[in-house]
Design a protein around this ligand. Structure first.
Ligand code: 13P
Ligand code: SF4
Length: 305
């Protein structure tokens, strides 16, 4: 079968079965072409909560599929490729969290959405890169324990100097490999280009950026900007999507290292196999996890809206 034939068959089956396809912005172009919705982690959560379809296929990583299941427990939710996990989501377990909470008992626990559902059951609220500043600003307590990404946490803390933050030592293994040297090299090669970066990058990178935002924040900024050239400091699929969307502009990767293998593992055939009933993973979560993580995720949707 050709790519186009597989896409046609996916479109036919998803309509017949009343299933919608949600794709994170880091997915490949051929997947975005069959998706009902493409967005960042926050947008996918909102979509997961309000979808009217009987089922949803998540083309992204495990915590994204779990978030959709928690928000719509009555629906069938697939993770298109069961191997797609986010290493950052596994960096802190319940035991480690309990220890941190015991050390900082008067802090509100804010979890980046890139955490397991189990961990979220013992957190107060979760946030995404696009909603973190707004949500933290609405928290009444001025003491925040921010887990697990200290780079996103620092970015938020700089916007909210009236609050005090404690961070964990996690982080995205892809974004943290980019350094000030990569910025220097890219700026030298493309002196007219604006630098757009994700807040998961290190401080030495973020402080040199012209714009800092989530994946869809970066896409929207580049589309609206009058500038003609951009260096993209997040997963390199965004370079490709922007180049398709804005053929009159030029987009350059900040680093070849910005490739998330977990996001890249999902293929068109994984979606096809979910719909055929021969692949993917149907997400099942125990009721106590749905209830506990649900409290934390629903609070994010309430405060982030
Ligand atoms: P966004 O919320 O910006 O989509 O980020 C998700 C992610 O995993 C970034 O690495
Ligand atoms: Fe996780 Fe980083 Fe991949 Fe995003 S880019 S899914 S944070 S490993």
């Amino acid at each position: 079968m050709t790519i186009q034939e597989i896409q046609q068959e996916i479109l036919r089956m998803k309509k017949e079965q009343d299933v919608c396809i949600l794709a994170h912005a880091y997915q490949g172009q051929e997947i975005l072409e069959v998706a009902d919705y493409m967005g960042d982690s926050y947008g996918l959560s909102v979509q997961g909560a309000k979808s009217k379809c009987k089922g949803m296929i998540m083309c992204g990583v495990r915590f994204m599929a779990e978030t959709c299941k928690v928000l719509s427990p009555e629906k069938k939710v697939w993770l298109a490729n069961p191997s797609a996990g986010c290493p950052m989501a596994e960096q802190l377990d319940l035991e480690g969290l309990r220890k941190l909470k015991a050390e900082h008992p008067d802090h509100t626990v804010v979890a980046y959405i890139n955490t397991t559902s189990e961990l979220k059951t013992e957190c107060d609220v979760c946030v995404t890169s696009s909603s973190a500043v707004q949500i933290c600003s609405k928290i009444e307590n001025d003491k925040i324990l921010f887990i697990p990404d200290p780079n996103l946490g620092r970015f938020v803390s700089e916007k909210l100097p009236e609050k005090s933050f404690v961070f964990y030592k996690g982080g995205c293994p892809r974004h943290i490999v980019v350094s000030a040297k990569d910025v220097e090299k890219a700026r030298k090669a493309h002196p007219e280009a604006l630098l757009l970066v994700h807040p998961e990058c290190r401080q030495e990178v973020v402080e040199q950026a012209d714009y800092i935002g989530s994946t869809t924040g970066i896409i929207d900024y580049a589309k609206k900007s009058d500038a003609k050239e951009f260096i993209i400091g997040t997963e390199n699929s965004i370079v490709e999507h922007l180049q398709f969307a804005c053929p009159d502009k030029q987009f350059y990767p900040l680093s070849v290292m910005l490739t998330c293998m977990n996001m890249k593992i999902t293929t068109l055939m994984d979606i096809y196999n979910c719909l055929k009933g021969t692949g993917g993973e149907v997400i099942e979560l125990p009721q106590d996890i749905v209830d506990g993580a649900g409290r934390c995720i629903h609070r994010m949707v309430e405060l982030g809206g």
